[in-house]
Unconditional design. Structure first.
Length: 309
């Protein structure tokens, strides 16, 4: 019902006007299930979920795994970008890792982006309490959406209560973007090129602002370059212009699109159809779709699609 409402022009435009969104902006849709529900039901099986069928995994869990990793099921991947989460879990298991979604709540990114610090502080400390005793160097927490997972390395430390401060700092040391984690495992020799296609692909990468500020796009480049004949170039763009809810708001939409037109949109439009556009951020992918009509992929999707079947 939700997807029908946000994709039917008359209804969608009414919702946008009532919400203060620009009618020119497309609305995000919900997937047929959540990543959490999919993981609970399909963790060890090959079942069809909506229009996507997870590939069977060959790795046993527990002692046979290279490492156990905890996946932060952020609110964007859980509800909107569920297929990316499914592919991420399936990829990691194919590569030999046990994947567990631990008990946690939302990241708090939406609250923090609007300056609602008190609510953000409650969420931060709840997640610190839930995760501080299970996340270690040997069992790290990894995340798909940069704006969500990087709150652990940035805002959570500032928002932690006095009693949670040390735990927040310890937690932050063992929290990684999935791109960072895979890149690190490549460097350790744990992930081999032999598992991936030798087909030639050209990839244009747009980096996420928080990833650039708090991490680097280098891990994304390393991940995307793993298949032997994949060539990666970075788009010399700044912010895509979406900036969370900023690009939805009617008073900011035009500015949002002008920012996209500075570098990102022209760079994407001039690419041949065979070129893959990659972007780690959900807002960036949405902005690219609205501004160019091109579907951008998360780097993990690109690597998943490169697996030898």
């Amino acid at each position: 019902m939700y997807n029908f409402m946000v994709t039917t022009p008359v209804i969608s435009n009414t919702i946008k006007r009532l919400s203060g969104f620009n009618v020119k902006r497309s609305m995000p849709t919900l997937y047929k299930t959540t990543l959490q529900k999919w993981h609970n039901k399909n963790n060890r099986s090959n079942r069809e979920v909506g229009n996507y069928t997870a590939q069977p995994t060959s790795i046993a869990s527990g002692e046979n795994a290279i490492k156990t990793v905890y996946l932060f099921c952020d609110e964007f991947t859980n509800y909107n970008d569920t297929v990316i989460g499914i592919k991420a879990i399936t990829l990691l298991k194919k590569l030999g890792y046990e994947v567990i979604i631990p008990k946690h709540i939302e990241s708090g990114r939406a609250w923090l982006s609007k300056g609602l610090i008190r609510e953000g502080k409650k969420i931060a400390n709840k997640n610190i309490d839930l995760l501080k005793d299970i996340i270690t160097a040997n069992t790290p927490l990894i995340g798909i959406e940069p704006s969500a997972i990087l709150t652990f390395r940035d805002e959570y430390i500032d928002l932690a209560t006095d009693q949670n401060f040390d735990a927040a700092k310890a937690l932050a040391k063992n929290v990684f973007l999935i791109d960072e984690f895979i890149a690190s495992e490549i460097d350790k020799g744990q992930i081999s090129k032999a598992l991936f296609t030798k087909d030639k692909k050209l990839i244009q990468l747009h980096g996420h602002c928080q990833q650039k500020a708090l991490s680097s796009i280098a891990p994304s480049v390393k991940l995307l370059s793993l298949p032997e004949n994949y060539s990666v170039a970075t788009i010399p763009s700044g912010c895509c212009g979406m900036a969370g809810s900023f690009g939805y708001e009617k008073e900011h939409y035009d500015l949002s699109m002008k920012i996209g037109e500075l570098v990102l949109f022209p760079a994407v439009r001039k690419q041949d159809e065979a070129v893959i556009v990659a972007a780690p951020g959900t807002s960036c992918r949405h902005q690219i779709k609205d501004g160019t009509g091109k579907i951008a992929l998360h780097p993990v999707e690109v690597l998943y699609d490169a697996l030898l079947k």
